[in-house]
Design a protein around this ligand. Structure first.
Ligand code: ATP
Ligand code: MG
Length: 449
C-alpha cells in the first residue's frame, strides 16, 4: 500500500538489502511506540479517544484498499512527539510473518508469539481467516489497554489466555479506571465482542464514534489563541520553539523567502512526501519572516483534523477571532482579517493534505483579506488559483555506492541530522564506524516484534 498519502500510517519508502543486511527506509518519526507510551499506565481519556480515532482512520483507509493489517498492537503503533498516532505500514505488516495464520497448536508451543496472542480475535484463534473485523477487535484491545493500562486478558499461559479470549467477558474498563466515560467504555466493549457480527462492521463507524468523543476544541495540537494584540506593538506569533537547530536548507530558505515576499504571491505550498522536512522548513521560514508580518504569524497545525469543516474554526481559534453567533464563522473571520489589523498577516497551515477539501475556503480567505498570505505544508497541492508550489526535497544524501570517509559523510545535511538526533537522544555516545547509532535508531522503533 502506498501510504504516503495517509497521515496516520507510517510511510515506508523502501525495503532493500545492503551487504546481505536487510534495511528499511522509512519516514523519520520522533516519539515512541504506543507500547512505551502506555507502559502499564492508563492514558488520559481525551487522548485515548483521539489516538483511537486516528488508528481507526488508518484502518479504514487500509480496509478500503482491501488490506487487513492482522497485527494491530501497541508495538506496531507509533505516537509522535506531537501526539499523532502512526500505524506501522500495512505493506510491511504483510511482509512480516503473518502470526494470525499460525494455528493455535503452534501458538501454545511458541513462546515468541506470546506478545501478539493477546490481540488476536476469537475467530482468528478458531482458525477463521482474519477479516477487517479482526482488526477492529485488535484495535479494541489497544483502546482497552490505553484506557485502563492493561490488556483485557492477561493469563500468562497461552492455552489459558486463549480460553479467556474465547469465553470470558472482559472486566469493565471503568472498573479499572474511573475516568473512563461510559461512552468510551461502550465503544471499547463493542470492539471486543466475541461475535464479529456484533462489533463495529467498519473502522469508519468506529472512527465516527471516537471522533464525537474527541472534541476538537480540546485538542492540545491546536495551540492557544494569541493574546490580544496591542496596536503599535511588535507583531505576535505562536510558532513553537524548536529544540534542535535546523540542519542545512540555506538555499531553500532564501528561495522560499523571496517567493513569499513577492507582492503578488499570496499562497505558497511546500510539497513533498511525509517526513521530507516541510514543516521544519516552514517554521524556519516563518521565524525568518516575522519582521515582514506585523499583523502576526499564526501556526495552525491541521494534522489531527480530518474534517475539512473544522479548518476555519481551527484558524479562527488560533487567531482569537470572536464569534458573533448567528452567521457562519467564515464571515466573522473575514471581518476580523479586514478590520482588526489591516497589516500583513501570515498563516502557516500545516499538513493541509489532511483537509484538502477545505482548499476553496482558503481561496475565499485570501480573497477576503489582501493583507493575508498563506504558507501551507501539504503532501498534495491545494489546486486553488494563485497557488505557488515549492517542492521540498529530502536533505542531500551521499552516493550509497561510493561512500566517502566518516568525516566527509558528516558534511551531508541528512547524515548530520541523523547523527545529531542519534547522539542527542542518548542512543549513541559517539559516532562509531560500525554504524552503532543506526542500529540504535531502529531499536528505538521496535519495527520487528
Ligand atoms: N533541516 C532540518 N534540520 C533539522 N531537523 C529537520 C530538518 N528537516 C526535518 N527535520 C526533522 O525531521 C523530522 C521530519 O520533518 P518534518 O516534520 O518537517 O517533515 P514533514 O515533511 O513536515 O512531514 P509530514 O508530511 O509527515 O508532515 C522532524 O523531526 C524535523 O524536526
Ligand atoms: Mg509536517
Amino acid at each position: 500500500m502506498s501510504s504516503s498519502d495517509h497521515p496516520h500510517i507510517c510511510t515506508i519508502h523502501d525495503i532493500d538489502e545492503h551487504n546481505g543486511q536487510p534495511f528499511i527506509v522509512m519516514e523519520f518519526l520522533e516519539g515512541q511506540t504506543l507500547k512505551r507510551r502506555i507502559a502499564d499506565k492508563p492514558i488520559d481519556a481525551e487522548q485515548v479517544a483521539r489516538l483511537g480515532m486516528q488508528i481507526a482512520d488508518a484502518l479504514e483507509a487500509a480496509h478500503a484498499k482491501g488490506i487487513v493489517h492482522r497485527d494491530v498492537k501497541p508495538a506496531n503503533i507509533f505516537v509522535s512527539t506531537r501526539g499523532q498516532a502512526k500505524v506501522l505500514d500495512f505493506g510491511l505488516a504483510k511482509l512480516l510473518p503473518s502470526e494470525s495464520e499460525i494455528s493455535t497448536t503452534d501458538l501454545s508451543s511458541t513462546p515468541a508469539l506470546a506478545g501478539t496472542l493477546p490481540y488476536m480475535s476469537p475467530e482468528q484463534l478458531r482458525g477463521v481467516p482474519a477479516d477487517t473485523r479482526s482488526d477492529i477487535y485488535a484495535a479494541g484491545v489497544v483502546l482497552y489497554e490505553m484506557a485502563s493500562g492493561q490488556r483485557p486478558f492477561r493469563k500468562e499461559l497461552a492455552t489459558r489466555l486463549v480460553e479467556d479470549i474465547l469465553h470470558q467477558p472482559p472486566v469493565s474498563p471503568r472498573a479499572l479506571n474511573a475516568r473512563v466515560s461510559p461512552e468510551l467504555e461502550r465503544i471499547i466493549l463493542k470492539c471486543l465482542d466475541k461475535d464479529p457480527e456484533n462489533r463495529y462492521q467498519s473502522a469508519k463507524e468506529m472512527a465516527a464514534d471516537l471522533r464525537r468523543l474527541a472534541a476538537p476544541s480540546a485538542d492540545p495540537a491546536v495551540p492557544a489563541a494569541l493574546p490580544t494584540r496591542v496596536p503599535g506593538r511588535e507583531a505576535g506569533h505562536n510558532l513553537p520553539t524548536q529544540r534542535s537547530p535546523v540542519v542545512g536548507r540555506e538555499r531553500e530558505l532564501s528561495a522560499a523567502k523571496k517567493l513569499l515576499l513577492r507582492p503578488e504571491v499570496r499562497l505558497v505550498t511546500l510539497t513533498g512526501p511525509g517526513g521530507t522536512g516541510k514543516t521544519r522548513l516552514a517554521l524556519h521560514l516563518a521565524e525568518n519572516l516575522l519582521e515582514h508580518f506585523k499583523g502576526g504569524v499564526y501556526f495552525v497545525p491541521l494534522a489531527s483534523i480530518t474534517d475539512a469543516g473544522l479548518v476555519v474554526p481551527a484558524i479562527a481559534q488560533t487567531m482569537g477571532v470572536r464569534q458573533t453567533g448567528g452567521k457562519p464563522i467564515i464571515e466573522d473571520f473575514k471581518e476580523h482579517l479586514q478590520h482588526s489589523y489591516g497589516s500583513a498577516t501570515l498563516l502557516l497551515l500545516d499538513n493541509f493534505e489532511q483537509v484538502i477539501g477545505a482548499a476553496p475556503l482558503v481561496a475565499e480567505l485570501l480573497e477576503a483579506s489582501a493583507a493575508t498570505k498563506i504558507l501551507a505544508t501539504s503532501r498534495a497541492l491545494l489546486h486553488v488559483y494563485g497557488e505557488h508550489e515549492f517542492a521540498v526535497a529530502p536533505l542531500a544524501l551521499p552516493d550509497l555506492k561510493r561512500l566517502p570517509d566518516v568525516k566527509a559523510l558528516s558534511q551531508y545535511p541528512a547524515v548530520a541530522l541523523f547523527l545529531q538526533r542519534a547522539v542527542g537522544s542518548g542512543q549513541a555516545g559517539q559516532v562509531r564506524e560500525d554504524g552503532a547509532p543506526v542500529r540504535a535508531f531502529y531499536d528505538t522503533i521496535e519495527v520487528v516484534p
